[in-house]
Every structure is written in structure tokens, then in C-alpha cells.
Design a protein around this ligand. Structure first.
Ligand code: NAG
Ligand code: NAG
Ligand code: NAG
Ligand code: NAG
Length: 391
């Protein structure tokens, strides 16, 4: 994968034809490891697998309620119905994993039943400007399931699924990138919280890989490096502090609330992981600044102090760090800990401690969608990290 950018010259140069599949959050190497560990009953995979297979989203009987228009945000006329989508996305992902790890057809069949139901039914995303969040977040999530299932030989629906992801989801993501900074959505110009851009970046990177489309992939990945909005890495992570013998990095939403702050950490890690799987190591960019951001958020959310620089950017003025939803538990930390702490051998003490907290609070394995509340925040990350990311 090629990013034609002078800013980060160490990016590998490979061609579009070389998009790795499956190559979103999980590769064949990952699935080989997971299948072997699950088959052997080794911990922590055994506990993680028991919890995963008990999820209603991993049941072969799961029945998708697809609809033609998904509404997120009230347009004054239509009722919001987006939980229908995020629940089906969670199920498609879980069933795709269950099929890929076991090879049992009933799970593969159940996964493609969901993907086909939506690709034959969904025509648009509606609501108010929150519909962009649906495009970006459910876009990057739904693409994971399609990417895993693309090698299922009895699936004839890959092309319609891919077309839905491009035509329904990516079209809105592109609209965001092209027009929000230009003021079309005035309230969302540069004063927007970083999570908006990060959601669109995750969606573009995922759909670009799924659809073998370098233009779409580059749009998301390049935004990390040189984007003009607040998802660009140094706007999303504006301040680096040397504190108690380590660098920790303050994220843009740290002064808003910790739920959104940790969502941003999750999105950064997923954008980074998908690009990493394509040979673009955004996770190590700027001396692994994403790991510094994770350390900052983990340390603060564990109840320890962190330094804070007042953040002022147009309408967003955040004079102090916010303790709202401090300690929020989200399935974010296994990916970060395993990549930085285990694979790269970095000292990510706070990330590890937060990983340990999330794992122990869920009986020994990071949970997935549905385990962290019934609202959208519980579905913004796909989770199951102990099963999927432990090395
Ligand atoms: C990739 O996506 C862009 C943007 O939607 C589109 O213009 C282009 O035709 C696509 N390329 C391919 C090869 O499909
Ligand atoms: C990381 O980015 C900051 C801000 O642009 C810069 O000052 C610093 O030199 C960069 N560090 C590395 C290792 O690239
Ligand atoms: C949370 O922050 C507010 C405002 O800074 C402060 O008044 C309050 O004491 C803090 N609460 C806790 C539990 O730290
Ligand atoms: C890792 O970092 C933490 C926090 O800065 C520090 O307390 C600990 O001593 C470090 N461990 C090692 C092995 O360097």
C-alpha cells in the first residue's frame, strides 16, 4: 500500500493489487493462532472463547431485521432506528469470527445471511448530521465481517455487500471529508470533536481495503497524516507531556468526557491496526504517539493524575481534564497492550493495567458488543480482544 507522502517516508511501497486479505483488523496469521489456541484449550483463549460463544450475537440462530433506511439523529419526522444496524453488525462480526475459527458452516451461513439481508435491503442512511457517525462507525465495523467472509466459497453476495458499503456508507464518509471543513455543515468545521473525523477515517480505511480501492483507503489513511480536520494525528493528540519518567500524550477530547476520550483511543488504534496490516505502520508513527495517548488515558482513568494543557479551538474550550465517565470500561485495551507491550516490547504500564481492569471486570476476558451497555457506546468498538489480539 502506498501513501505518497513526504511526511512519513518509511511507509512501505506496494501496489493496490497487493491489498492483503483478510487485512482489516485480523489477518490469516491471526486466525491461525486463534484457532490453534482455542482448539488446544489454552488460557486465556479458553475463557475468552467460552464467553464469546455464549454471546447472543455469536448464535447461528441470529435473525437479522434489515430495513431500507437507517436513521441516526432525529430529522423531526422519522424515528431513530440505528440500534437495528449496530446489533446486526455485532452479530455478523461475531458469526464471521466463529466460522473462521471453527470452520463450521452453520456460523458462516448465519454471517452471510446478515450481510445479504442488509445488502439487498439498505439503500440509505438518514437522520440529522449524526448519520455521519453511523456511516463511519458502522461502516468500519460492518466491513470487518464482509472481509472475513470474502473467502467463504459458498458466499455469492460479496459484490453486492461491497457495493452497499461503498454506495451507502462510503458515499456519506466522502461527503464528510469533502464538505464538512468547507462549512456545509457549519457547526462541524474545525471546531468538531476529533471522534467525528476518526470515525470517518476508520470507515474509509476499512471500506477501501474491503473494496480494493486505493483512493478510498488513501483518503482515510492520509487524513491521519495531513488531514485538515481534528482527526489528523497532531490535532487528535495535541499535547505530549514528559511526566514521571515517561511521555504521555493528551488527546483532544480529554477535557470533554472520558467515554468519548477512550472512543478516540479505540478509533486511533483500529485505524492504526488496519493500516499496519496493509504495511503502513501508523501505529509506530511519531515514536508511537498513539501508545502515549493510550498511556495518558489509561493512567487518568485508573484514578491517577495527569498533566493537562487547556484546550481552546474555536467553539471547543476545555480548561481542565474532565472526570465525567472517568473509569468507563470499553473493550479497547487488548489490541493496544498486545501490539505495543507484547509485539513491540514497549513499556506500556498503564495500558496493561487498564487492560487488566477491563478483563477482570468481565470474568477473565475482554467482552464484545452487548457486554458494555445497550446504547451505541457499547457497540462503538467490536471488542473480543482477549480472544483476537492475545499473542
Ligand atoms: C474507487 O473509489 C473512488 C471514489 O468513490 C471511485 O471514484 C473510483 O472509481 C474507485 N476505483 C475503483 C477502481 O473502483
Ligand atoms: C513527533 O511530533 C512532534 C510534533 O510534530 C515533533 O516535535 C517530534 O519531533 C516528533 N517526534 C518524532 C520521533 O517523530
Ligand atoms: C470532578 O470534577 C469537578 C470539576 O472539576 C469537581 O468539582 C469534582 O469534585 C470532581 N469529582 C471527582 C469525583 O473527582
Ligand atoms: C515502566 O514505566 C512505568 C511508568 O513510567 C515505570 O514506573 C516502570 O518503572 C517502567 N518499567 C520499566 C521496566 O522500565
Amino acid at each position: 500500500m502506498r501513501l505518497a507522502l513526504p511526511l512519513f517516508t518509511s511507509l512501505a511501497t506496494i501496489t493496490t493489487a497487493a491489498f492483503v486479505h483478510p487485512g482489516l483488523l485480523h489477518t490469516n496469521t491471526d486466525f491461525t493462532r486463534i484457532s490453534a489456541k482455542v482448539a488446544a484449550g489454552t488460557e486465556p483463549w479458553a475463557t475468552a472463547w467460552t464467553k464469546f460463544t455464549a454471546s447472543p450475537y455469536a448464535a447461528a440462530t441470529y435473525t437479522p431485521p434489515a430495513v431500507s433506511i437507517i436513521y441516526r439523529g432525529s430529522d423531526g419526522t422519522h424515528a431513530e432506528n440505528y440500534p437495528l444496524l449496530y446489533q446486526d453488525v455485532a452479530a455478523a462480526y461475531a458469526l464471521a469470527i466463529r466460522w473462521r475459527v471453527t470452520g463450521i458452516a452453520q456460523y458462516g451461513d448465519a454471517a452471510i445471511r446478515i450481510l445479504d439481508a442488509w445488502s439487498s435491503t439498505l439503500t440509505a442512511l438518514g437522520g440529522n448530521s449524526d448519520l455521519f457517525l453511523a456511516a463511519g462507525i458502522y461502516g468500519y465495523e460492518f466491513a470487518q465481517a464482509g472481509e472475513i467472509m470474502r473467502s467463504y466459497t459458498s458466499w455469492t453476495g460479496f459484490v453486492p455487500f461491497k457495493n452497499m458499503m461503498v454506495n451507502v456508507f462510503y458515499s456519506q464518509i466522502n461527503e464528510w471529508f469533502v464538505n464538512h471543513d468547507a462549512g456545509t455543515y457549519g457547526q462541524y468545521a474545525l471546531g468538531v470533536y476529533a471522534g467525528w473525523d476518526l470515525s470517518m477515517m476508520a470507515g474509509a480505511v476499512a471500506i477501501g481495503i474491503l473494496a480494493d480501492n486505493q483512493t478510498i483507503y488513501d483518503q482515510g489513511a492520509n487524513w491521519f497524516l495531513t488531514g485538515t480536520g481534528n482527526g489528523q494525528v497532531f490535532r487528535a493528540i495535541p499535547y505530549q507531556h514528559w511526566f514521571e519518567n515517561q511521555v504521555i500524550a493528551q488527546t483532544q477530547e480529554a477535557g470533554r468526557d472520558q467515554g468519548h476520550n477512550m472512543l478516540d483511543i479505540a478509533l486511533l488504534s483500529m485505524i492504526g491496526k488496519m493500516a499496519y496490516n496493509q504495511g503502513n505502520d501508523l501505529l509506530s508513527y511519531n515514536n508511537s504517539v498513539i501508545s502515549f495517548a493510550a498511556e495518558y488515558a489509561a493512567r487518568y482513568n485508573l484514578g491517577y493524575d495527569v498533566p493537562y494543557t487547556p484546550y481552546n479551538n474555536g467553539p471547543i474550550n476545555l480548561p481542565t481534564i474532565s472526570n465525567v465517565s472517568r473509569g468507563d470500561l470499553r473493550p479497547v485495551w487488548e489490541l493496544l497492550y498486545n501490539h505495543y507491550g507484547v509485539l513491540k516490547g514497549k513499556n506500556v504500564t498503564w495500558t496493561k493495567k487498564y487492560r487488566d481492569l477491563v478483563v477482570s471486570s468481565n470474568g477473565g476476558a475482554e467482552g464484545g458488543s452487548g457486554d458494555y451497555g445497550p446504547n451505541s457506546g457499547g457497540y462503538d468498538q467490536l471488542g473480543w480482544g482477549t480472544l483476537l489480539y492475545t499473542l
